[in-house]
Ligand binder design. Sequence first.
Ligand code: TXA
Ligand code: MG
Length: 322
Amino acid sequence: MCNTGKSHRLMPDQDGLQRAAQALSAGELVAFPSETVYGLGADARNDLAVAKIFDAKGRPRFNPLIVHLPDLTSAEAYAHFDNNARALAQAFWPGPLTMVLPLRQDAGLASLVTAGNDTVALRVPAHPVAQAVMRAFGGPLAGPSANPSGKISPTRAEHVLEGLGDRIAAVVDGGPCEVGVESTIVGFDENGPVLLRPGGLPVEAIAQCLGVPVPARTEGGAITAPGQLSSHYAPDAGVRLNATVPRKGELWLGFGPECADATLSLSLGGDLVEAAANLFHHLRALDDMAAPGQSIAVAPVPEHGLGLAINDRLRRAAAPRP
Ligand code: TXA
Ligand code: MG
């Protein structure tokens, strides 16, 4: 599929679905309709493809993303379902419910999808075109709402093209979205289900299905709130930022050609999308490599484009530990 800087509007027929699947397999971004809002899809196993989502949306932070799957059976390859989670899946999937569940060790998802966490948000959308795109593609689809960060979520293909038309490969046009608000997000802590975001499925329906109340997440609760990532994975090793040269004994995480001697480089060529794709992997790898007391120096990363999100995450990694 040729992409001349403007994205294609694809019809949800055999040809359009095949093009969408090909673009997704090639690591491109393809927006798709769901019954809630249009999602900005990328192969959830492909680090670079997922990094492109953050770049296209201009997201200032690496919020974790929802992974879309065609059914419960395929979802079970990515997370552990306990009895409550399985009951909700059976009652409300496909539909406007997202569940945050323990990530399976062998899930094979891009680390940007989970923001380096050990949980993953899973959703099985009901929209027939979402189902058709997922089945044509045959893999897990990472997908935030298909709007520029901070703008209103799109409920028509035209909205997607207005906001992101020059930044994505294609949008599959499935007409207007029925629900029009995002999915309800539920997580589980040691006390049971927790409402992380109200949405298209009434919380009362969830409470009725499980036979227990579903309180909204409170400040300081055990589950990380969307956008509130201060408790996210931080390396055990100390982290020193804006290190143009490493000090003696430090591991060095480089960026750009000036850091050719770095232990690992986010991107030798200074590409911010590549750097985002490598960020969580490299932090983890250096943390594993670090001897007790050894710290990680990080080269300066420019404060524009994905650099904003990368620096946000690095500042959290370098912040004093609780
Ligand atoms: O209806 C929807 O949910 C749409 C359609 C496209 O599926 N998607 C959507 O995605 O609204 P997004 O990225 O705009 O919102 C997903 C929310 C974010 O606020 C994110 O922080 C939260 O889900 N989230 C994702 N993974 C999480 C996790 N592991 N733990 C806690 N929150 C998570
Ligand atoms: Mg959104």
